[in-house]
Write a protein that binds this ligand. Structure first.
Ligand code: GRF
Length: 202
């Protein structure tokens, strides 16, 4: 099995990054995280990468005149590190045309709700406020929309009567750490085929 190279973009705590790194080192993902990039200098994700001896960079968007320039910089870094798959893991920005073109159908994201329900920010709180009985998480390909790309995997969790947004988020996060590495594995094994809105698992 060829050894693939993954790039991870993360803005915060990086627990999904950690799950992906652990699955790589444990051998369930046939690849390695080659580079981690953050838009936030304080992101704990950067520390996790350093602790694992993985190259980690903060690219501050305010240092660029346009979003295109910022994304050129990120794309170049990802290419420099020979990345085949880009994983967004709590990356708090919409991906624009520059990256989408450079990495067409090679960018995936995890979202803490059952899309297309509750896209955007604070998805767990949105679900809790709405009163749904089940929520969950979704791994999907990234397109130009906000959490709108073809769905790869989903996992469902129940919403309990005594849940708070935080306890629900915790239950969902456990599932995120299972399905995100699983989706990365399927991608790298060449087992995902996009057919319009549908993703076939081979
Ligand atoms: C996760 O809930 C993920 O679904 C969402 O942002 C959060 C990131 O958490 N996109 P972490 O930084 O991976 O711990």
């Amino acid at each position: 099995m060829p050894h693939h190279r993954i790039g991870v973009l993360a803005s915060g705590r990086g627990s999904n990054l950690q799950a992906i790194m652990d699955s790589c080192s444990g051998g369930t993902i046939p690849g390695q995280v080659a580079v981690v990039i953050s838009d936030n200098p304080g992101a704990y994700a950067l520390q996790r990468a350093k602790d694992a001896n993985i190259p980690a960079f903060c690219v501050d968007p305010s240092g660029f005149n346009t979003k295109e320039d910022y994304e050129e910089k990120i794309s170049n870094l990802l290419k420099e590190y020979g990345v085949q798959l880009v994983c967004l893991a709590g990356y708090m920005r919409l991906v624009g045309p520059v990256m989408l073109k450079e990495f067409a159908n090679r960018i995936i994201n995890i979202h803490p709700a059952l899309l297309p329900a509750f896209p955007g920010l604070h998805a767990q709180e949105q679900a809790w406020n709405y009163g749904v009985k089940y929520s969950g998480c979704t791994v999907h390909f990234v397109d130009e929309g906000m959490d709108t790309g073809p769905i790869i995997l989903q996992s469902v969790v129940p919403v309990m009567q005594d849940d708070t947004p935080a306890s629900l988020a915790e239950r969902i996060l456990e599932q995120e750490h299972i399905i995100y590495p699983e989706a990365v594995r399927l991608f790298l094994e060449g087992r995902l085929r996009i057919k319009g809105r549908k993703v076939e698992i081979l």
